[in-house]
Design a protein around this ligand. Structure first.
Ligand code: ADP
Length: 408
């Protein structure tokens, strides 16, 4: 019988958790936020689908998990899967052992905000569930198949050999899931050349050949690449010396500006939220319109550039909150990409119900699909594979279509 998996995504002051039961169709979600502060609370739904909002002033990660999981009544996990942002050069999900904990700690300089928080989460769940297998699923692992010409920066060699300075890529569980599911829908499971555009608060693109990542837009950190909610994406690296010399900014101020005050928020001077910007643009806000235009243009440029990693281009998958829900952003992006024979069907694009999967090209040229991502499902699947050697008899995506998710 299939097992239940508790998926944990631990941030510095928050924990997202989800219990995925047996066939993964039934899920219980929770979010603990503001941990370590008087405003700490847990929001979610109970097993009976009742909303939960519990105040847990000053609770830490372990207390929050204890309170949250005590609400799961008789539903107990068989294993725990941790989302880990940076796995260094680890190439796949791993059973958590002291050695793997060391590897996650060693990758901390590459993800200083994320990896220490993940370690806190691992310690908390190990204390709560000492007998359960725990698995680390890395955002970076899927991209370890990139060739050196895609992952090396044109920097002095010793920075790579002695200090691991290279491109790693992120959002790996999403790009892996979406490209598998999408290629299955297209009738060529894990075959051919595909581009994925994961567009959420963080956004990235990926090129996938025969099921393996061959290039991606994010690099050493998740700052590189396309325009995001608050992250700049690519800028001239000389911006650091320009701001230091002309404005007297130190490295921390520059880093904060690039990560938290830039992107859609910086351009629009209004919001990092695409929905808000589309509404403002409709009401004539020119900064919001420009932010949207830059987002779509730079995204199209990234996709065009990544196509160089593919011997053949079969199509493109949109995913993430923006990619799944905004026909407007998809249309605007494709308007900058007529070059590969892409041919968006306005009718199909506009007609696709929000949050569902479906094909949106006109039938000519490379295919274009919307494929809702399922990072939790993917983490649970990889956790079961590592912990119990439980492999699905058929792709997870085939099972899903039996459960009635709308196909185009
Ligand atoms: P995260 O990276 O935090 O998981 P999501 O994948 O949930 O983020 O994406 C959040 C983004 O999706 C926000 O910018 C939000 O405005 C955008 N979004 C959600 N629904 C729509 C919509 N209908 N139209 C445009 N943007 C949308």
């Amino acid at each position: 019988m299939s097992k239940s998996v508790l998926v944990i995504n631990c941030g510095s002051s928050s924990i997202k958790f989800a219990l995925l039961l047996e066939d993964q169709e039934f899920r219980i979600h929770g979010l603990a936020e503001n941990l370590g502060t008087p405003e700490a609370r847990i929001k979610g739904v109970t097993v009976g689908n009742e909303p939960v909002d519990i105040r847990i002033p000053n609770a830490d990660h372990k207390e929050a998990l204890e309170v949250g999981l005590s609400r799961l009544a008789n539903y107990k996990p068989d294993a725990i899967g941790h989302r880990i942002v940076h796995g260094g050069t680890l190439t796949k999900a791993e059973l958590i052992t002291p050695e793997i904990i060391d590897r996650i700690r060693e990758a901390t300089p590459l993800a200083p905000l994320h990896n220490p928080a993940h370690l806190v989460g691992i310690e908390a769940t190990q204390r709560l569930f000492p007998d359960l297998p725990q698995v680390a699923v890395f955002d970076t692992a899927f991209h370890q198949t990139m060739p050196a010409h895609a992952y090396r920066y044109a920097l002095p060699k010793f920075l790579y050999t002695e200090h691991n300075v290279r491109r790693y890529g992120f959002h790996g569980t999403s790009h892996a899931y979406v490209s598998e599911r999408g290629s299955e829908l297209a009738g060529s499971y894990k075959e051919g050349g595909w581009l994925t555009a994961h567009l959420g608060n963080g956004s990235s693109t990926c090129a996938i050949w025969n099921g393996e990542s061959v290039d991606t837009s994010m690099g050493l950190t998740p700052l590189e690449g396309v325009v995001m909610g608050t992250r700049s994406g690519d800028v001239d690296p000389s911006i650091h010396s320009f701001l230091a010399q002309n404005l007297g900014w130190d490295i921390y101020k520059i880093d904060k500006m690039l990560n938290s005050q830039s992107g859609l928020l910086g351009l629009s001077d209004l919001s990092n939220d695409m929905r808000t910007l589309i509404e403002a643009s409709e009401q004539g806000n020119e900064d919001a319109s420009l932010a949207i235009e830059v987002f779509c243009y730079r995204l199209a440029k990234s996709l065009a550039a990544l196509s160089c990693g593919l011997p053949r281009l079969d199509g493109l998958f949109f995913t993430g909150g923006i990619g799944e829900n905004s026909a407007y952003i998809r249309e605007k992006t494709m308007s900058y990409l007529p070059h590969f024979g892409f041919n968006l069907s306005k009718e199909r694009n506009d007609g696709l119900k929000r949050g569902t999967e479906g094909r949106i090209d006109s039938g000519k040229g490379p295919q274009i699909w919307v494929v809702p991502t399922d990072e939790e499902g993917r983490i649970a699947q990889e956790t079961k594979q590592v912990a119990f050697h439980e492999f699905d008899a058929e792709p997870e995506c085939l099972k899903k279509s039996e459960h009635g998710i709308a196909l185009a």
